[in-house]
Design a protein around this ligand. Structure first.
Ligand code: SF4
Length: 418
């Protein structure tokens, strides 16, 4: 269930129906100001809405004071358990402070932090991690780790409400993907505060991205989660931002730049698609329009499943075709496919419309029809999928789940088959 409440982290709204915010965390020593600022700028350029900094010492607070003034995006100070540092981070101008109310030193210290947060108008993030649950939940954790996580989070929420503070978001994190999914589902039914989603210590760029896509993607698809952080074992925090965006783009929750569609290739492949796709992916990073760009490894299927793409390429017999929204744009030599594709994309980026030269388009369509005719009987993966879909549709039409005998439409205002 989507959170009802909303908080404002330095101008970025979290929860209450706001777009899901992408955040990351710097990997530098915060007190190393030049390196920290450089990384903050890099993640902002990569599309981070918010960035978190570790603030474990007084020298990091000093750096924080400058970073919050110079950063192009809001800053969250990560404190965890030192309530004095939390107070200092709030004074330093952090746009949000992350604390763990369970190990910050008791309700009095929590009250001190929330009083200061109220005074300066700054939200908090309260976090629960599977590795640091309160001791009284140890037995429950052994028997039911999901319930233990949710109980700890709800206890923290109750503590916040007991000290009259409601300007916060909540995170429940675990290294275990199914537990993270189950715990956030349960928590979203019990509280209406914004939720921060993440998989703790997800792993390398490869495994961490997959775990995060599965865990966070499942929750986001159910409309659970208001901000996400992908935790990857890399010093390039911008990689976390890119993965976060790909998850949101895949779920159509937000748009940012082009979407690349590429066939998986098979024995019919007609050009060096690996390097072509890699080059196109890299060059597309410079564009902002949310266009779809398709790369098909052969022209045997025609434009087929990529017919909705704004731009696409395919090739056969040393030649290639640039197409757009189901229509041929023009035929080009295969070694010019990528450059000519970007001529079309650049033209679109400037004019915001697709230019079609009728005679070049007709020549391209003729070439494509010839390739399709030559390969009309090939059972390509796409044609097999289309045949399976056709067969399934025919079977369901032959024996519908509901028919006139089981549920007559006579006398109703609609006809089932109209
Ligand atoms: S048949 Fe399909 S999967 Fe194989 S190369 Fe052609 S477009 Fe790609």
């Amino acid at each position: 269930m989507a959170s009802k409440r909303q908080i404002d982290v330095g101008g970025v709204l979290i929860g209450g129906g706001a777009p899901v915010a992408v955040q990351t965390m710097t990997k530098t020593e915060t007190a190393n100001l030049p390196e920290t600022m450089a990384q903050v700028k890099r993640v902002a350029e990569a599309g981070a809405d918010i960035v978190r900094l570790a603030v474990p010492r007084d020298e990091d607070v000093e750096a924080l004071k400058i970073v919050v003034k110079q950063s192009p995006i809001p800053i969250i100070a990560d404190i965890h358990f030192n309530h004095t540092l939390a107070l200092k981070a709030l004074d330093a101008g952090a746009h949000c402070v992350r604390i763990n109310p369970g190990n910050i030193g008791g309700p009095d210290k929590v009250r001190e932090v929330t009083r200061k947060a109220t005074e300066v108008g700054t939200p908090l993030r309260i976090g629960v991690n599977s590795g640091s649950l309160p001791k009284h939940l140890a037995e429950l954790e052994k028997n039911d780790p999901v319930e233990a996580l949710v109980t700890a989070a709800v206890e923290f929420v109750d503590l916040m409400e007991a000290v009259d503070f409601d300007n916060f978001k909540v995170s429940i994190k675990s290294t275990n993907v199914p537990n993270t999914i189950a715990a956030n589902r349960l928590l979203s039914e019990r509280i209406d505060f914004p939720l921060h989603l993440g998989i703790t210590e997800a792993g390398t760029k490869w495994t961490g991205s997959i775990k995060s896509a599965v865990g966070l993607g499942t929750l986001l698809a159910d409309d659970i989660g208001d901000t996400i952080r992908i935790s990857l074992s890399t010093f390039h925090a911008e990689e976390e931002v890119k993965v976060g965006w790909e998850i949101l783009k895949a779920l159509k929750l937000r748009e940012k730049g082009p979407v690349l569609i590429a066939c998986p290739t098979c024995g019919r492949l007609q050009f060096d698609m690996d390097s072509v796709v890699a080059e196109i992916e890299q060059r597309l990073e410079a564009y902002e329009d949310p266009i779809e760009v398709a790369v098909l490894g052969c022209a045997v299927n025609g434009i087929g499943e990529a017919s909705h793409a704004d731009f696409g390429i395919t090739g056969a017999k040393n030649e290639g075709l640039i197409f757009s929204r189901g229509k041929a744009l023009r035929k080009v030599p295969q070694d010019q496919l990528v450059d000519q594709l970007f001529v079309e994309i650049d033209r679109y980026a400037t004019a915001k419309e697709i230019a079609v030269d009728a005679s070049a388009s007709a020549e391209g369509a003729e070439w494509l029809a010839k390739i399709e005719a030559e390969n009309a009987h090939d059972l390509t993966p796409e044609r097999l999928a289309a045949m399976e879909a056709e067969q399934a549709a025919a079977e369901s039409a032959a024996s519908p789940l509901v028919d006139e005998e089981s549920s007559p439409t006579a006398g109703r205002r609609f006809s089932r088959n109209a």
